[in-house]
Design a protein around this ligand. Structure first.
Ligand code: DOR
Ligand code: ZN
Length: 441
């Protein structure tokens, strides 16, 4: 008897761990049941993927959905809706909300809320602070927790552990990989008086200079070595750090952002003003080139958007009163597909960085590859589709994107999560049914 599936994706080109193959994919009970289903196979739902590439469900491991916080800017329902419209099947959400996710009470609330409100699957970070260090081992093993996030330098919100003594204590409390915002807080504070309100927006990268980031990463690598605790350096922005991290691949993984691969100074500050300001800053051409080299040579493990919405009127303020952070969850996949079409990386490497990478770095179970037994998560893309990024397409209530007007070749046309088609051709289908991602440990 021919096999029967809940969902059958026919006639597409699947991006498998070992390469692209024209093969049908069958999903049963939310999991991939067959790759190569055979011509006689039947299904409740058949999706014709002729002309499309079928990628493993793409994950954005770095978003700030601001929930709890200001729903007029972003929230879990709106941010995850943007995620599925942009071809993502899961996002990992940062803890610098208002209030921040730093204890059991906030975490329990967020777990329960995400399970009713999210359109895609979610991982949750818990923030490390100087006062919650003893509780970190329990918190990091909470349901849906992808890991502890520590701001070693200040950014949006008040989460921070800036001194080596407390950083070391935090690294000795628990054992899963810790994700770090790496900028040296002492150097940031020491340089602040060099600037005044109304200075050019490009002052942002002068204040938060390369040495702020490089010094932060040197200090964190010394502590990771000393304690043996695995680290993940988020949004690496300098050539110096990428070079340095090559010697720490046994203990540290790292992320680069689509922003640092796409935008460049001084253009971003001249053209976008406050809408080009983020931490760590967008820098010059040499750093962007270094990021692409690090993608090619295997230094980089994951790519994220660092989706960090702020109200439009606040981003219009003079520097440094405009808050740092750029939206990006919905534009991450299209922009990376455009980079693939431009020949900057292969589609296989993109799937490695945006699906297998986050799953490996954080220990996500059942995510990261198209293989039998894995979750039936797929991002279907049309590599030939050309389209302009429009702000009218953006689901985030803040309503802006620094990539507005950019022409893109390659577009996500369907998002499938655990066998459910949740987005098809710009249309969101069904009701929010996102779940918490399960993690090892
Ligand atoms: O630019 C940034 N914005 N960098 C961060 O580290 C935080 C983020 C935010 O939450 O606004
Ligand atoms: Zn961030």
């Amino acid at each position: 008897m021919a096999a029967h599936f809940d969902l059958l994706i026919r006639n597409g080109t699947c991006v498998l761990p070992w390469g692209a193959e024209a093969i049908d994919a069958g999903v049963r009970d939310g999991r991939i049941a067959a790759l190569g289903a055979g011509p006689d196979a039947t299904a409740d739902t058949v999706l014709d993927a002729t002309g499309l590439h079928v990628l493993p469900g793409l994950i954005d491991p770095h978003v700030h959905l601001r929930d709890p916080g200001d729903k007029a800017v972003e929230s879990i329902p709106t941010g995850t809706r943007g995620a599925i419209l942009g071809g993502l099947t899961a996002v990992f959400d940062m803890p610098n909300t208002s209030p921040a996710i730093t204890g059991a009470e906030q975490l329990n609330w967020k777990q329960a809320y995400a399970e009713t409100a999210a359109w895609c699957d979610m991982g949750l970070y818990v923030g490390g602070t100087k006062t919650n260090i003893p509780g970190l081992p329990t918190l990091e093993s909470g349901r849906g927790v992808c890991g502890i996030k520590i701001f070693a330098g200040s950014s949006t919100g008040d989460l921070m552990i800036e001194d080596d003594e407390h950083l070391e204590m935090a690294m000795r409390s628990g054992r899963r990989r810790i994700a770090f915002h790496s900028e040296d807080e002492y150097r940031l504070q020491a340089r602040k008086p060099m600037f005044k309100s109304g200075d050019p927006y490009a002052s942002h990268m002068v204040w938060r200079d390369e040495e702020c980031a490089f010094l932060g990463t040197r200090r964190l690598m010394a502590l990771a070595r000393k304690t043996g605790r695995p680290a993940h350096i988020l949004h690496v922005s300098t050539a110096q750090e990428l070079d340095y991290l090559k010697d720490f691949q046994d203990i540290a993984t790292c992320e680069v952002l689509v922003n640092h691969l796409t935008q460049v100074a001084p253009d971003c500050y001249e053209r976008l003003e406050g809408f080009g300001v983020m931490n760590p800053p967008i820098r010059g051409q040499a750093h962007r080139d270094a990021a692409w080299r690090a993608i090619a040579d295997g230094t980089v493990d994951t790519i994220g958007s660092d989706h960090a919405p702020h109200p439009r009127d606040k981003k219009l303020l003079p520097w440094p009163d405009c808050p740092a952070g750029l939206t990006g969850v919905q534009t991450l996949v299209p922009i990376m597909l455009d980079h693939v079409n431009a020949g900057r990386l292969s589609l296989g490497r993109m799937a490695d960085l945006m699906s297998a990478g986050p799953a490996r770095v954080y220990g996500a179970i059942g995510k990261g590859r198209l293989a039998a037994g894995y979750d039936g998560d797929f991002t279907l893309v049309d590599m030939k589709r050309e389209r302009r990024i429009e702000e009218s397409w953006i689901a985030s209530p803040c309503g802006w994107t620094p990539f507005a007007g950019m022409w893109i070749k390659g577009w996500p046309v369907a998002t499938i999560i655990r066998g459910q088609i949740v987005m098809r051709d710009d249309e969101v289908l069904g009701a929010p049914s996102g779940k918490l991602v399960k993690f090892l440990g």
